[in-house]
Design a binder for this molecule. Structure first.
Ligand code: HEC
Length: 114
């Protein structure tokens, strides 16, 4: 029992450290949002082409459990972003936990908060 508590405590500490490891930067996210070459985009479009000022992004985007995009069900906003990267941008999906995604998500939060 004690051992289990120790493992649990250690896991929590490690999880805390990991989540603090990178501070997402909404300004960097904005730059990605406006870049047609983000994620290797090939169509000349950027996120802002279709979502200026957050257009098309539901105000409940970060509250929904299930997201649907282009007829596909997705579990997270990160996966939805990757659908928009691969299709309208003609790019390559990025790491859902990576720094670029964290920056982009931080910026999306400022857009839907309006
Ligand atoms: C060519 C236009 C276009 C571009 C470029 C585009 N999107 Fe989208 N995006 C859409 C459309 C259309 C939908 C809605 C699709 C649907 O409902 O099936 C959507 C949906 C979304 C959603 C889900 C919104 C919601 O409330 O469910 C997010 C998040 C999103 N896009 C982010 C992005 C990001 C980030 C980029 C840049 C990497 C991007 N989009 C580029 C057209 C675009």
């Amino acid at each position: 029992m004690k051992e289990k508590m120790f493992i649990l405590a250690t896991t929590l500490v490690m999880a805390g450290t990991l989540s603090l490891a990178y501070a997402a930067d909404a300004d960097k996210g904005k730059a990605l949002f406006e870049s047609p070459t983000f994620a290797g985009g090939t169509t000349g479009k950027s996120c802002v082409t279709c979502h200026p000022g957050g257009k098309g992004l539901g105000s409940d985007l970060f509250d929904r459990k299930k997201l649907t995009i282009m007829g596909m069900e997705k579990d997270s906003v990160e996966e939805v972003v990757n659908v928009c990267i691969e299709n309208p941008l003609g790019g390559t999906a990025i790491d859902p936990q990576g720094e670029e995604m964290q920056d982009l998500i931080a910026y999306l939060k400022t857009l839907v908060a309006k």
